[in-house]
Design a binder for this molecule. Structure first.
Ligand code: SAH
Length: 375
């Protein structure tokens, strides 16, 4: 018994891949630009709507290709304007995508994996284990879904999405090619046209992949540091045992040098009460960051059930900020957004069918999150 070959989903193909696709079916390369504009600038889902493509080619595409977006199963809007989508992927798992409005800036926080294999101790995604990598279509699909939610498709409308950060579920550098392809669509003039300064990849520090990224992309880079020394970082970010801080700093410097445009990295540091929020940590961090072109983003820890951690106290956050600022590090404190809909950093969980069985060692209990931390 023969089964029909699966259709190629054109949604996730970068420009070179879409060109290769057209050449492989005996068509001219320029078709890629045409079709790309229909998919990403007009937002169409059907080849029939592509009026500058001949009827014959439309029929040919219909037979072998498709434009398939992941399905939204829930859309939630927070009292502060933050929006969250739960998006179902093929196979039944779901991931979460969050849009955070902050004045003129509308930042979309995109997921790259179903779950995560890194198991950082303070992150709820890590506690769920890992299921699979997202495809490029599923990653770029999150941006398309967010833009669509505002009505007729207008990707360049500045009231919709102005910035994208790969800071949702998953470690983007562990899903290298699909992430790079999706980011290239975000920056592609014939698609979403975002500048490289407005697309940020956040990593827990997969050192060889940072170098690899520098060879193919120049997006902005954020490092999830969270500790100023290896002893503490080994505890919070287990990946540090493989790639210690000194190697991470060196790879980041190489990446920035390559960008060759005075780019700075963002260093993310989640402040956890009594764990990494003391003045001596701040002083050690200043010394560590002295030679790295960067800005520091302090993130008050967002609690989740059974995390075992509490958010740093207001006074500790202020003191930390004042030490790093006086030490010459440009420092901002990320305001907590969307926590009434569990959309804050580190709270994204989706629905992960855990293949690592890690989640079985961790049994979350439903509890009132507003009572779990100092707020
Ligand atoms: N794996 C990537 C991207 C996902 S995490 C990375 O590690 O960078 C993105 C950011 O979410 C991390 O920098 C971390 O600071 C933040 N985060 C994770 N759990 C958090 C929590 N419980 N509270 C606050 N921030 C958290």
């Amino acid at each position: 018994m023969s089964t029909a070959a699966a259709k190629v989903n054109l949604l996730g193909l970068s420009k070179p891949k879409l060109e290769a696709f057209f050449e492989s079916i005996g068509e001219k390369k320029f078709r890629a630009t045409q079709v790309m504009k229909w998919i990403h600038q007009a937002g169409v889902d059907s080849f029939d709507d592509m009026t500058n493509v001949s009827k014959a080619l439309r029929a040919k595409l219909e037979a072998i290709a498709e434009i398939r977006e992941p399905e939204v199963v829930l859309e939630d809007i927070s009292s502060d304007g933050t929006r969250k989508w739960v998006i179902r992927m093929e196979g039944g798992s779901s991931v979460e995508t969050v849009l955070i409005p902050d004045g003129e800036r509308k930042t979309l926080c995109v997921s790259s994996q179903v779950g995560c294999s890194l198991n950082c101790s303070f992150c709820s995604t890590g506690k769920q284990g890992f299921n699979r990598n997202l495809t490029a279509a599923e990653i770029i699909g999150q941006l398309r879904v967010a833009i669509k939610s505002f009505g007729p498709f207008e990707p360049k409308d500045p009231r919709r999405v102005t910035n994208v950060v790969l800071m949702g579920m998953g470690e983007p550098l562990m899903n290298f090619e699909p992430v790079v392809d999706a980011m290239s669509l975000m920056m592609e003039d014939n698609a979403y046209g975002l500048s490289k300064r407005r697309v940020t990849l956040s990593t827990a520090g997969l050192v060889p992949a940072i170098d690899q990224l520098g060879e193919v992309s120049d997006v902005s880079l954020a490092l999830s540091l969270h500790a100023p020394n290896d002893e503490l970082r080994n505890e919070l970010v287990p990946l540090n045992k493989r790639y210690p801080i000194s190697e991470l700093m060196a790879a980041t410097r190489r990446y920035l040098d390559r960008c060759n445009d005075k780019r700075v990295a963002t260093v993310e540091y989640t402040l956890i009460d009594g764990v990494n929020d003391r003045p001596e940590h701040a002083h050690e961090l200043v010394a560590l960051l002295r030679d790295l072109p960067c800005k520091l983003n302090l993130i008050p820890f967002n609690p989740f059930p059974n995390s075992g951690y509490r958010r740093a106290k207001k006074a500790a956050i202020e003191q930390f900020r004042s030490i790093t600022t006086r030490g010459g590090v440009i420092t901002t404190v990320r305001s907590t957004r969307g926590d009434d809909i569990d959309a804050a950093c580190g709270q994204l969980v989706g629905q992960v069918d855990d293949r690592t069985r890690r989640s079985q060692k961790y049994i979350p209990v439903k509890q009132d999150l507003s009572a779990a931390g100092p707020g």
